[in-house]
Ligand binder design. Structure first.
Ligand SMILES: Cc1cc2nc3c(=O)[nH]c(=O)nc-3n(C[C@H](O)[C@H](O)[C@H](O)COP(=O)(O)OP(=O)(O)OC[C@H]3O[C@@H](n4cnc5c(N)ncnc54)[C@H](O)[C@@H]3O)c2cc1C
Length: 394
């Protein structure tokens, strides 16, 4: 491998869900694509360990379909036919507003599917292996890169040299591609942590994802096959640390109390993990021969299933623009990508920021305003449909 030269069209750095989807989508678009991932190769064993779930909305499912990996990803996924939002921001934690957004109000199919991240990454890696013009190299990174007029030259930690016409940074919130390209970013946090886990419970969820807006942070139950749900629970730092330190039984008790019976009785919990919550947004999406996608460009707290769905819009937009060009890294391609994606990224960032601040706010007036907004949406059918379309990425 050392000294080997690889001539390709697109080099994707980072093989999370977004980077793998980008690699497969570019290969399907007809470009040769290589993904370099610092971590372990996705396997059945890594899939078993990473049971975090992601709600993928229908436009994102369409992009995954285009990669050719959807059949495998969708096989173990749960369709989501409703989104229920409970406002619990009053003096007591009881729900004071309860609005169901029903997918049938928009059309026949579901809003989307809740997929396990580990299985999703494995399916995308399998798809890359099956495509003759796509490659995944794991436990590797880019050590040096040089940007030239017609492309980039990257030296990998494996000793291989890659000549590519386009470099895509999909290497997450702390993106080294973004840094090496000299692109600045803004970062802010809310002093919150995210706890994610998987539970089983007595009540049927009926394919409905429930988001409870409690003072201190939202609590979401995303449906999984059977009487199981993926839980995403946000709390102020100190409370999150207290909760994560609890034994399983005490943790389940705290979650049971907070859930107010939304999923009946919680019978088991597994795969508890925590993340810091905050917002990162890039100051630019491109530099010469370079494009940023997904969390390298935008990361937000998991409210309203916006993170990966926004990432899949990056993937689809970049792939669709390159399909119209002979050179995937041409200036015209990159500026069109930035023009098409930046307004949506900034709008989603502002929307999630505002919603999270209103949930966190200690001022009853702000929380009452949010409740009124939700109540109006629930009672006004055209507004409700509009909000559903915006949430889906329309
Ligand atoms: C608890 C939680 C729940 C969420 N739920 C949802 C949801 O329901 N719906 C939704 O739309 N979004 C959700 N999100 C957001 C979603 O998970 C992310 O947007 C999505 O995973 C895409 O992330 P990514 O691929 O950009 O980054 P990551 O998953 O962080 O992947 C980046 C990859 O780059 C690799 N890497 C880093 N540096 C290098 C380097 N120098 N060289 C090579 N490789 C490198 C890393 O190893 C990693 O594999 C959630 C997030 C969290 C934390």
């Amino acid at each position: 491998m050392t000294g080997e030269r690889l001539d390709i069209d697109v080099l994707v750095v980072g093989g999370g869900l977004a980077g793998l989807a980008m690699t497969a989508r570019m290969a399907v678009a007809g470009y040769s694509a290589l993904c370099v991932e610092a971590g372990q190769r996705p396997t059945d064993e890594t899939a078993e360990r990473d049971k975090r779930t992601t709600a993928v909305l229908m436009p994102g499912v369409e992009t995954l379909r285009k990669t050719g990996a959807w059949d495998e990803i969708g096989a173990g996924a749960q369709p989501m036919v409703g989104l229920r939002i409970l406002d619990c921001g009053g003096k007591t934690p009881d729900a004071r507003e309860d609005v169901l957004f029903d997918a049938t109000e928009l059309g026949d199919g579901p809003f989307g599917w809740n997929v396990e991240n580990g299985k999703g990454r494995l399916a995308l890696a399998n798809r890359i292996d099956a495509l003759r013009n796509a490659t995944l190299i794991c436990e590797a990174s880019v050590e040096r890169s040089l940007v030239r007029r017609d492309g980039i030259i990257a030296t990998l930690s494996t000793g291989q040299t890659v000549h590519a016409r386009l470099l895509v940074g999909a290497d997450g919130r702390r993106s080294t591609v973004r840094e090496a390209a000299g692109i600045g970013h803004r970062d802010w946090s809310f002093g919150q942590k995210i706890i994610a886990c998987r539970i089983t419970h007595s009540a049927a969820h009926e394919g409905i994802s429930t988001e409870m807006h409690h003072v201190g942070g939202p609590l979401t139950f995303a449906p999984l096959p059977g009487n199981a749900s993926g839980v995403v629970w946000m709390n102020p730092d100190a409370e999150a640390e207290r909760l994560i330190a609890l034994e399983d039984a005490a943790f389940m008790g705290a979650l049971q109390e907070r859930s107010q019976g939304t999923v009946g009785t919680i019978t088991a919990v597994e795969n508890r993990a925590t993340w810091n919550s905050g917002i990162t947004v890039t100051k630019a999406l491109t530099a010469p021969r370079t494009a940023l996608i997904a969390e390298a460009a935008h990361a937000f707290p998991p409210i309203g299933a916006q993170g990966f769905n926004t990432s899949l819009r990056d993937v689809e937009t970049l792939a669709a623009i390159t399909e119209e060009s002979d050179d995937p890294g041409a200036d015209a391609v990159l500026s069109k990508y930035a023009r098409q994606r930046m307004p949506d990224i900034l709008a989603r960032t502002a929307g999630v920021d505002l919603l999270n601040r209103s949930v966190l706010s200690s001022m009853p007036f702000i929380r009452d305003l949010r409740r009124m907004g939700l109540s109006t949406l629930g009672k006004t059918a055209p507004l409700k449909r509009f909000a559903m379309r915006v949430g889906m990425g329309g």
